[in-house]
Every structure is written in C-alpha cells, then in structure tokens.
Design a protein around this ligand. Structure first.
Ligand code: PNS
Length: 159
C-alpha cells in the first residue's frame, strides 16, 4: 500500500522554510500532497490559484523529488481531503514552541475526526525565523524578500 502524506497550509506565499520541509517529507513517503487551504483566520495576499502555481514553479526550480502533487482544497475539513486521496498522515513544519502550541490542538482534532496522524518536522535552523506573514509585510512595504522565499516568488512579489 502506498504511504501518502499531506502538507497543508496557507502558503501565502511559499517560503524557503516550507520548501525545506516539503523536500524532507517527500523523501519519507511514496506520495506527498502539498495542499493549499484557505485559512479564514488570516487575511490573504495571493489568490489560491496563484499560490498553487508559485509552489509548482518553486518545486520545479529546486528539483525536488517527483512524487509531489500540488493542489488546493476548499470543500470542508482537511481530513476529508486526506480520506479522499487515501492519506493517513499530515506533515507540519515546526519552527518553535509557538508553532507547537498552535499545531497541537489541530493535530489532536484531526486525529479524533479521522484517525489522521500529524508528524512535526524541523526545518533547517537557517529558516527558523521565516514566515509567510513576515514576507507579506516586508513585500508590502517594498523590502527585499529574496532571502526568505524561492526566486520565482521574490520575482512575483516585486511585480
Ligand atoms: O499555514 P496555516 O495558515 O497555518 O495552515 C492552517 C490550515 C489551513 C492547515 C488549517 O487552518 C486547516 O487545517 N484548515 C482546514 C479546516 C479544518 O479542517 N479545520 C479543522 C481541523 S484543524
């Protein structure tokens, strides 16, 4: 049986930290789905389709393993997507204790809802301070975001 995992998130936009976690996770599973999900608690910068496109281009440029599917989900619970595609694992990147506190309730709810387990992965410490919200803020104020995001994203945000 195929081992399928999902990396869900807003990815608004994808950062080098996301890319690092995705690359590491791809090596652990037969198939990895990078799933863009609208988070109503956050005000979005990019349309969902644009986020998917930037992830696809970033993965292609970084030559990450070919077992990755990039798509989006707006039909309800994240675990419903997992059930639809036969995924039993969620992968989340953890930068700090703040992320652990944010992710733990979601991991427990997702396990209770559908027996989907969550695995926390540590990105390279070089990316520990990088977040999409920081990138959005720096970009909105005209700053250089190229140290934090894949080149295709930096170019897109400049435009
Ligand atoms: O990158 P983010 O914004 O931290 O990602 C959070 C996200 C989108 C993964 C989370 O909000 C989510 O899982 N949303 C889907 C709705 C859902 O299933 N909620 C109940 C279980 S947490």
């Amino acid at each position: 049986m195929k081992r399928i995992a999902v990396v869900p998130g807003s990815f608004d936009p994808i950062t080098l930290g996301h890319l690092d976690v995705i690359s590491r996770a791809a090596g652990l599973f037969d198939e990895l789905h990078v799933l863009v999900v609208h988070n109503p608690d956050k005000s979005a910068l990019l349309p969902i389709a644009q986020r998917v496109s930037l992830i696809e281009k970033s993965l292609a440029d970084a030559a990450v393993p070919g077992n990755i599917v990039v798509t989006s989900w707006s039909m309800g619970l994240l675990v419903d997507y997992c059930t639809d595609v036969g995924a039993s694992v969620l992968v989340k990147g953890i930068r700090s204790q703040v992320d652990v506190a944010y992710e733990t309730p979601m991991a427990i709810v997702n396990r209770n809802l559908a027996s989907v387990e969550t695995i926390f992965m540590l990105p390279d410490p070089a990316h520990a301070h990088v977040s999409s919200s920081l990138v959005r803020q720096v970009a909105a104020l005209g700053g250089d975001v190229s140290p934090y995001v894949p080149p295709v994203v930096a170019n897109y945000l400049v435009r």
